[in-house]
Design a protein around this ligand. Structure first.
Ligand SMILES: NC(=O)c1ccc[n+]([C@@H]2O[C@H](COP(=O)([O-])OP(=O)(O)OC[C@H]3O[C@@H](n4cnc5c(N)ncnc54)[C@H](O)[C@@H]3O)[C@@H](O)[C@H]2O)c1
Ligand SMILES: O=C(O)[C@H](O)COP(=O)(O)O
Length: 526
């Protein structure tokens, strides 16, 4: 019989499901070394946010087939390490949505009316009605950062309370935001106008310390911030200073840079701050939902069936997967690339399956393209199972076409996306030992393998331009690994594709477009 280790508190409903197919050991509060010592005995590991599943633990899990996260965030799991070892990582993307949204709303109201401190005051024998005069949320502006599942539910309840809703989410269309009753605005405007700011975004390199001394300085002295998303999105030292100095009115935090919260100035800010110990998902209902959702997936995988919310492994049959695998990678890379060229808020994605790919069997490549397109927004939380739904929720129109007549390569894939930066297209194929190559950008033929950091320019094909760009990049210490120009006619328009060793430093793109002859420049990280 298989063995499952449950290393965080999980509702009994989940344990009952696991017990149908496995021996279940519940061992919570293990130290990393203790987990490493025993994990080798287990086929599955079920966790919440309390267990950090590092590469070391994954390496020691020689029998592990699946890691189940009874909740949303998989930032406590080294997903790439699990993928490398062929371990499926699953989560429960929707099981605690309502719980987290309601916690954020409760925090907003509790902070506005000083409920936690007033409660402590009365319980200690006082009857102080002066200290706890609050503020109403009615007719106030709520700025929602991240209009995904939780952000959208917060929006609908806040609207019913008479709040005006602003939202910032570079991956959501205006139509979708309007449906929810939100006005999409740039982040700076949201910071300047919101009376309440609530965060519902994943923690990524882009969102780390999104709330910092500089962004706090843009807010009103009456602004209150709520974070029930992830610790680290707020710079806690800067937040504490801003509250102390009266630059903003207060904050309500459920999540922290380091959990459990240790010594922290945040604890000493009185009634202007509310702190809860990562309780967003802690409702009876949510815990039953996530436990059942994830336990069922662990059970299925242990029985050799696919998982419905796999974060890292496609929910496709193994035979189809094997055949399409190299093309899936091509589709993901092209999706990620064209999404960045088109700008975040993509409205339409056209996927053209060409040559031998122009068959029904290639349909998973459309999903893989969407997965790549949504990667910048959702990181490892987008997968082959949810990519279609996530795209639909963002109002992205997907057009699928097939053209068997294209014969440049055995099979090739062309993606065209329309977003905030306009319409862009990329084509790719597998060459040699199934190596991914970009074969066309915006209609200009090229032949380059994609690299982690790339720069594309649209320019006039004229003497001296390559030298000028090379010197400019050199003056910013940017090392060029490779460079290729694609053109249709001599001295007409041309595209240049450069692979660079590091991300392009801030501000250079504007300098590049000042080079005579260069019309546009785009940088991407794949
Ligand atoms: N406190 C808790 O116990 C608790 C419970 C559940 C979820 N969460 C956390 O809440 C957050 C939101 O969860 P969800 O289920 O709504 O996720 P979701 O994927 O449905 O929504 C996240 C949204 O953030 C947007 N986004 C991504 N990068 C962005 C950026 N740089 N700027 C603005 N928007 C950006 C995405 O487009 C997406 O719409 C996650 O961090 C999750 O881990 C916390
Ligand atoms: O990402 C999540 O689902 C939440 O942060 C909840 O975490 P928890 O399961 O540890 O309560």
């Amino acid at each position: 019989m298989s063995k499952v280790l449950v290393s965080d508190p999980i509702d009994q409903a989940g344990i009952d499901i696991l017990s149908q197919v496995a021996t279940v050991d519940i061992k919570t509060g293990l130290k990393p070394a203790e987990l490493i010592e025993i994990i080798g005995d287990y086929d599955a590991l079920m966790i919440r946010s309390g267990t950090r599943v590092t590469e070391e633990i994954i390496e020691a899990g020689t029998q592990l087939k699946i890691i189940g996260r009874a909740g949303v965030g998989v930032d406590n799991v080294d997903v790439p390490a699990a993928t490398r070892k062929g371990i499926v990582v699953v989560n429960s993307p929707e099981g605690n949505t309502i719980a987290a949204a309601e916690h954020a709303l409760a925090m907003m109201l509790a902070l506005s009316r000083h409920i936690p401190d007033a409660n402590v005051s009365v319980k200690s024998g006082e009857w102080d009605r002066k200290t706890f005069v609050g503020a109403e949320v009615y007719k106030k502006t709520l700025g929602i950062v991240g209009l995904g599942k939780i952000g959208s539910h917060v929006a609908s309840v806040a609207k019913a309370m008479g709040m005006k809703l602003l939202a910032y989410d570079p991956f959501i269309s205006n139509e979708r935001a309007e449906q929810i009753g939100c006005q999409l605005v740039e982040l700076d405007l949201l910071f300047q106008q919101a009376d309440y700011i609530t965060l519902h975004i994943p923690k990524t390199p882009e969102t780390t310390h999104l709330i910092n001394a500089a962004t706090l300085a843009k807010m009103k002295p009456t602004t209150r911030i709520i974070n029930c998303a992830r610790g680290g999105i707020i710079d806690e030292a800067a937040l504490a200073a801003a509250i102390k100095e009266g630059k903003i009115a207060g904050a309500a935090l459920d999540v922290f840079e380091s959990e459990p919260l240790g010594e922290s100035e945040l604890r000493s800010l009185g009634k202007d701050i509310i702190l809860t110990p990562h309780l967003g998902a802690s409702t009876t209902e949510a815990q039953v939902n996530v436990a059942i959702d994830v336990a069922e997936q662990i059970r299925d995988v242990l029985l050799g069936l696919p998982a419905r919310s796999a974060v890292n492994i496609p929910g496709l049959g193994p035979d189809v997967l094997e055949e399409l695998k190299p093309y899936m990678q091509l589709a993901e890379t092209l999706g990620n690339l064209v999404g960045q060229l088109a700008g975040g808020r993509v409205e339409t994605l056209t996927v053209r399956l060409q040559g031998e790919l122009a068959t029904n069997k290639s349909q998973p490549l459309v999903v893989a393209s969407l997965k790549g397109l949504l990667y910048q927004a959702l990181r490892e939380r987008v997968n082959y199972v949810n990519a279609n739904i996530e795209a639909k929720e963002r109002g992205i129109r997907v057009i699928e076409t097939r053209d068997a007549s294209v014969r440049d390569y055995a099979g090739s894939l062309r993606l065209e996306a329309t977003g905030t930066l306009g319409t862009h297209s990329v084509t790719g194929a597998l060459l040699g030992e199934k190596e991914i190559h970009l074969t066309d950008v915006d209609g200009f033929p090229i032949n380059v393998p994609p690299s982690k950091h790339m720069l594309f320019t649209l320019h006039r094909d004229m003497p001296g331009i390559i030298g000028k760009l090379g010197s400019l990049l050199g003056s910013f210490n940017v090392n060029i690994a490779s460079m290729q120009v694609g053109r249709k006619i001599v001295r007409g328009d041309a595209v240049m594709a450069l692979s660079i060793d590091d991300p392009l430093p801030d501000g250079i793109l504007a300098e590049i477009t000042k080079v005579p002859g260069i019309r546009d420049a785009y940088t991407v990280t794949l």
